[in-house]
Design a protein around this ligand. Sequence first.
Ligand code: F3S
Length: 289
Amino acid sequence: MEIIIAKNAGFCFGVKRAIKLAFDTAKDYGKDVYTLGPIIHNPQVVKKLAEEGVNAVESSNEVSNGVVILRSHGVTPKVIEDINKNGNRIIDATCPFVKKAQRYATQLKDEGYQIIIVGDEKHPEVKSIIGYAGEGVIVTETGEGISELVRNKKVGIISQTTQSSANLLKVIDESLKSAREVKILNTICDATSIRQEEAQEIARDVDLMLVVGGRNSANTTRLAAICKEELDKVYHIEVADEINEEWFRGVNRVGITAGASTPDWIIEEIVHKLGAVNEKMEQNTIRRC
Ligand code: F3S
C-alpha cells in the first residue's frame, strides 16, 4: 500500500506560531496562563496545553492578574481593553495576516468607506475584524442583496483570511453594480487554498483518503468535503485509534491530508498505524496463498 502525504498538511504558519507562543508562555509563567477560547480547534493539542497549565476561558472577565494569550483569530479592541482592565498581561498570538485585515479595517473606517467584510459573521476572526471596522459594517459571504445597501457609496472591501477568492469576486461584482467607488484590500491568506488544491489533486489519484483534524474544525471539514467530490472512500478522523483496517481492503494508494489545526505528531501516529495495517494485510495475503 502506497501512502501519499500532502506537503502542506497540518499547521499553517499562523497556527504554528500561536501554538509555540502558548507552550513558551507556559514555560515562562508556569501558572495562571489562559487562552481566550481554545487556542486551536484540536482537542488533543488543547489537552496537551492544559497539562502544561494553559487553560481556555470563554470570556476575558474570567481572568484577573494572570496571563492571557490571544489566539490566531485575534480579538476586538474592546476585549483587549477588558483584559488590561483586569490587570492581565497579554501575549498576542494573533496571526500577522489577521492583524493586517484588522489594520485595513481601521484604515478604511478612518477614510470614510462603507466597509464590507467577506466572511462568516459568526467566525471569531470576523468578529475581531468587525471590532476594528466599527458600526455599520456589512458582513456577507456571497454579496447577495448588497448592491442596494451600497448604492452611491464609496465601498471598502476586505475579507476573512480563509475565504475563497470566488466569494470575494462575487461581492466585488455586486458592489460594482451600484457603488460610487470600490476599494479592495486583498486579505485572503493562500495557506488554505493551497492546502485545498493539494488535497483535491491527491484525492483524484488515490483509492482512499484520510482527512485528519478536529471534528469541530471548519477547515478540516471543508477539506473532507473537497476530497469527497473526488472519491467515495474519504474518512475524517481525529486520531490514529479511529483507523479501521477493514477500510483498506483492496486499497493500493492512500492519501493523507490534515487541517490547519492538526499537529505533525498526530499525522506521524497515523502514518505509523497505517504501516502496521499494511504489514498485517500483507501477512494475510501470504497466508491466503
Ligand atoms: Fe494565519 Fe493564514 Fe493560518 S491567516 S492562521 S496563516 S490560514
